[in-house]
Design a protein around this ligand. Structure first.
Ligand SMILES: [Zn+2]
Length: 353
């Protein structure tokens, strides 16, 4: 069939005009047909011509290609939508479970065969019962599932980096901050130091009653290869001022346990850090013996003296004593340096004498 389009003076063949070869382009159906009197007869003859038939075949295969491309585009959009939905479920589950501090992995991790494949995969299994797209994905023979430990750890890493950056940004906008650090040997016999920052956030969204919140946030763990004061100080400065780019002038306090390597007045970390920060303008970065550590020491010594029953059992097995310790921990005396000692003296007076 010949499809003809016309301007005011000329008629053209649609297929030949668009898809004709060089010789066809020179024909009257491409340069413009003007014999309007014999148009119908000539068009029929042109429709049977070899030149027109090859142009029509070219037009038809072009339409088919367009159709295939359209189908492929649809398929790609559907695939993208499916993977986006699945990845949203996976990352949201990892975020929720890690936010609750739960261990994600199980001893065995075969999602289809094991009854208890760990918390993360169990929750995924639960969601799949209500989400057909996830169920189909789990049961499919496709090798890429995005449920391996590698992908899960990658999601955790992304979340940890984002969270840490949010904390750093919040702390930087608060300007002044204090440092808290402490190390301990973990189950793998590695010395791990936790680095925290303490700062004040003032919510000025409510102008007449701004809300002031004191925040104490964990930044990262760092493995200590050497336990001397200089090495620990170098690790701390590298984290604060190189990794997270805090400004030295805004560090206004440091708090550690009472170990000589940290608290030592002549060669401890606190002195080394003061020396590092001192650029001649009299920087003041006082060291404060961590109150929680003081309390911990008090409890350890008290428990040692009270060998027949642990101090924990003493408080935890009586609701009256437990309420008392909670009440005391909320009292204003908590700000005093010897809070732990005071508390135990008060409790001893009340219950042990
Ligand atoms: Zn034609």
């Amino acid at each position: 069939m010949v499809i003809i389009f016309c301007d005011k003076k000329y008629a053209f063949c649609y297929c030949c005009w668009l898809f004709g070869d060089e010789s066809t382009k020179r024909s009257v159906w491409c340069t413009g047909y003007t014999d309007w009197k014999h148009l119908s007869k000539s068009a029929k003859a042109h429709g049977r011509s070899k030149a027109h038939l090859s142009s029509a075949i070219a037009a038809s295969s072009f339409r088919k290609k367009l159709d295939i491309r359209h189908k492929l585009d649809n398929q790609i959009t559907e695939e993208a939508k499916k993977w986006r939905t699945l990845l949203n479920i996976f990352s949201d589950t990892v975020r929720t479970l890690s936010g609750l501090g739960l261990a994600l992995r199980g001893h065995r991790e075969n999602l289809l065969e094991d009854e208890n494949p760990g918390i993360y995969l169990s929750v995924i299994k639960l969601i799949s019962r209500h989400k057909p797209i996830l169920q189909a994905h789990i049961e499919s023979s496709e090798r890429v599932k995005y449920l391996s430990k590698t992908i899960t750890f990658e999601l955790l890493d992304i979340l940890a980096t984002e969270t840490c950056q949010a904390i750093v940004n919040e702390c930087k906008s608060a300007k002044f901050f204090a440092l808290i650090a402490d190390s301990t040997t973990d189950v793998a016999h590695l010395d791990q130091m936790a680095v925290l920052v303490r700062y004040v956030v003032i919510n000025i969204d409510i102008p007449n009653s701004p809300k002031v919140v004191i925040k104490e946030s964990f930044l990262c763990f760092v493995r200590l290869k050497k336990g001397d004061a200089t090495s620990i100080c170098n690790e701390i400065t590298a984290i604060l001022f190189e990794k997270f780019n805090f400004e030295k002038k805004y560090l206004c306090g440091q708090s550690y346990d009472g170990a000589p390597v940290m608290s030592g007045g002549s060669g401890g970390v606190q002195v080394k850090l003061k020396e590092f920060l001192d650029d001649g303008d009299g920087s003041f970065v006082p060291y404060i013996h961590c109150l929680s550590h003081q309390m911990n020491l008090v409890l350890i010594h008290a428990a040692e003296k009270n060998a027949s029953s642990s101090i924990k059992v003493f408080f935890a097995h009586s609701h009256r004593r437990w309420e008392e310790i909670l009440k005391q921990s909320e009292s204003s005396s908590r700000t005093s340096d010897d809070f732990g000692i005071k508390l135990l003296k008060e409790l001893k007076k009340k219950y042990l004498v």
